[in-house]
Design a protein around this ligand. Sequence first.
Ligand SMILES: O=P(O)(O)OC[C@H]1O[C@](O)(COP(=O)(O)O)[C@@H](O)[C@@H]1O
Ligand SMILES: [Mg+2]
Ligand SMILES: [Mg+2]
Length: 334
Amino acid sequence: MSDIGQSVNQFIVETQRTHSSAADDLTGLLNDVISACKKIANLVNRSSILGLEGYASSNNVQGEHQKKLDILTNDVMVEHLNWTGHLAAMVSEEIDDVITISEDYPKGKYLLCFDPLDGSSNVDINLSVGTIFSVLRCPEGIETPSHEHFLQKGTEQVCAGFCVYGPSTMLILTTGFGVNGFTLDREVGEFMLTHPNMQIPEDTSEFAINMSNQRFWEPPVKRYIDECIQGVDGEREKNFNMRWNASMVAEVYRILTRGGIFMYPLDSRIAKQGGKLRLLYEANPMSFIIEQAGGVSSTGRERIMEIQPESIHQRVPVFLGSKNEVERVVSYHK
Ligand SMILES: O=P(O)(O)OC[C@H]1O[C@](O)(COP(=O)(O)O)[C@@H](O)[C@@H]1O
Ligand SMILES: [Mg+2]
Ligand SMILES: [Mg+2]
């Protein structure tokens, strides 16, 4: 169990055998997601050669100008997942409505929420981007799931993961029994276990936030960041380092590897929409992974995974990472 070099497929099968409480029948679905991610890794890697850089002429449901790769990666996910019989329906960042499974195909017992290309503002500048996914159970007896069936708390997730398309392509996975990291071995075309049982250090001196939004933040966030910046001369009596990739997958991967805190808080410009990041396919799966690795994830006011979702594209503020830093910024909100 958990042998370095083991393939992801073997790892998933063994996890299901070892933990009788693990969701059954996940192997097939995860294999579909993994093969979609391999295809996306290839598209991202060859995007300049294939002429896939730049914007498409459309906006998504969030009103964001879509990149060509936002649309293509969404298509890859849907095409790999809609016919195999593992899913009952899907929700994607790029599609307004629930994606139903055609009548021609068998239906499965899971629901999938995904962000096909996270951090897509980075894709044309050759920085890391990724795919985020969250697996929920389809309520029993529901033939054609609609919005309301996806409105489940993050605590109901049976599996969450993300892929980072960076110098290496990595897959990070949790089924509720810790967090494991796999690296794509391009020579054999398989993800191999390279980072078993990832754990986030409780303390950190590295924070990630988009500082250009500083004047719009709420007082607790201003206070927390001011104290970090004052370093040894201030309240914290230690120096902090800052990183901002503008790619949540890259930030969360860094935090899983060496600790840190990531923040996309509420600010006065985005207060009406509830935040920047989306609950079902960004905040919830990342929170599941972070908590399983010993970290904490909050909106500043409540645990993200306990939020009762009200709509499929709902947005929330996000503070996640090393336990002691997240708890500190949360305490400033009280
Ligand atoms: O451009 P900003 O405001 O710094 O926002 C960056 C954040 O937006 C995101 O790119 C949102 O995800 P998408 O690229 O999927 O829309 C996060 O990955 C990232 O943390
Ligand atoms: Mg995203
Ligand atoms: Mg996206």
